[in-house]
Design a protein around this ligand. Structure first.
Ligand code: 5GP
Ligand code: MN
Length: 325
């Protein structure tokens, strides 16, 4: 605990003496990646810093309501700032095409909560017990002496809301709820944020969810519940790749599902999202397939075709689940 506190203080000191910084998040960003990136960026601006908000895949809806999202760029500036703070990434590779140049920044700081991955950055604050990077940043913002305002609170609350699965996964701890409460006190509006994140689906997105749910299959005596989306599904519904967000949680809702899997055809590759009810550690499965994540929520990208990816995932998950009790 003491060394984590010391690391946070070191990061705060580095921020104080840097006039500018880039804050970066991972490819295919989720609510924690974007909320954390944008919340930290606002806090640095309150300290008078020049801040570059960088997301390799931009800001997909529904997260474009977040304060500061319009300032987000897909690339680093031509003149690299002296400081790059990389959030929610369990490896530099999660930055995709931006990994190489980010590695050239003088001071690279990693703030993360994954137990998987490949260490990077001279200064690393990685706490797998944190529900979201947004929860860690709430502590950092306080340490920096920046008062929470409605905008910062909205970003960080969104990070915690989404990474706890709307306050439903086992990472929904008293600590996470206490931080969330502080953010609500500072002006984050739970009802409004919930609607923005979860109830602004396009008709195409709802149709894509319908396609996924109309084609559920099971494996390992029903303990694994799967669905798959092909390019034909995207064409038929008019949905795009970021419209798959949230579908996996609906699959996990099936009672007997120990593990839910959503496979999405993407070019010659297959994107694999996994959610566990708690018995299986899906981060280990994802890691074995070149990805990563958390024990209850993980993902990876594997070679196609779909049928091969499905077989591979089932074999590894069944092994991870072990024999039936
Ligand atoms: P999702 O299924 O929502 O895409 O991802 C769930 C979790 O797994 C997130 O915490 C995310 O950071 C992690 N994750 C998803 N895909 C990858 C991947 O390709 N590589 C790594 N290292 N982590 C991933
Ligand atoms: Mn996260």
């Amino acid at each position: 605990v003491k060394s984590k506190r010391e690391t946070m203080e070191k990061i705060a000191a580095l921020i104080r003496r840097s006039a500018s910084a880039a804050v970066l998040c991972h490819m295919h960003p989720d609510g924690d990646a974007l909320g954390s990136m944008l919340g930290l960026a606002l806090a640095l601006e309150r300290l008078g810093k020049r801040v570059h908000r960088v997301s390799p895949d931009g800001v997909p809806p529904p997260y474009d309501f977040l304060p500061g999202s319009r300032a987000v760029r897909r690339r680093l500036p031509r003149d690299l700032p002296p400081l790059a703070i990389v959030v929610d990434c369990d490896g530099l590779a999660r930055l995709g095409p931006l990994a190489r140049r980010t590695g050239q920044v003088a001071h690279v700081v990693a703030i993360d909560h994954h137990a998987t991955g490949k260490a990077f950055g001279a200064l690393r604050w990685v706490d797998p017990s944190a529900a979201a990077v947004g929860a860690l940043l709430s502590e950092l913002v306080a340490a920096l002496g920046v008062p929470f305002d409605r905008e910062i609170a909205t970003c960080l609350y969104t990070a915690i809301l989404t990474d706890t699965g709307r306050f439903s996964y086992t990472n929904t701890t008293a600590r996470a709820l206490r931080i969330a409460a502080r953010l609500v006190q500072a002006g984050a509006d739970p009802g409004a944020i919930y609607q923005q994140v979860y109830e602004t689906k396009s008709l195409a997105q709802a149709a894509l969810l319908g396609a996924a749910l109309s084609r559920l299959s099971t494996a390992d005596e029903g303990r694994i519940v799967l669905s798959a989306l092909t390019r034909a599904d995207f064409a038929a519904t008019g949905a795009n790749d970021s419209d798959t967000e949230g579908i996996i949680d609906q699959i996990r809702a099936v009672r007997q599902a120990e593990v839910a899997v959503l496979l999405v055809e993407r070019g010659g590759e297959v994107r694999c999202s996994m959610r566990s009810r708690g018995r299986a550690d899906v981060a280990r499965v994802a890691e074995a397939l070149g990805g990563g994540g958390h024990p209850q929520a993980a993902g990876c990208t594997v070679a196609g075709p779909l049928a091969r990816a499905r077989k591979q995932a089932i074999r590894l998950i069944a092994a991870e689940l072990g024999p039936r009790a």
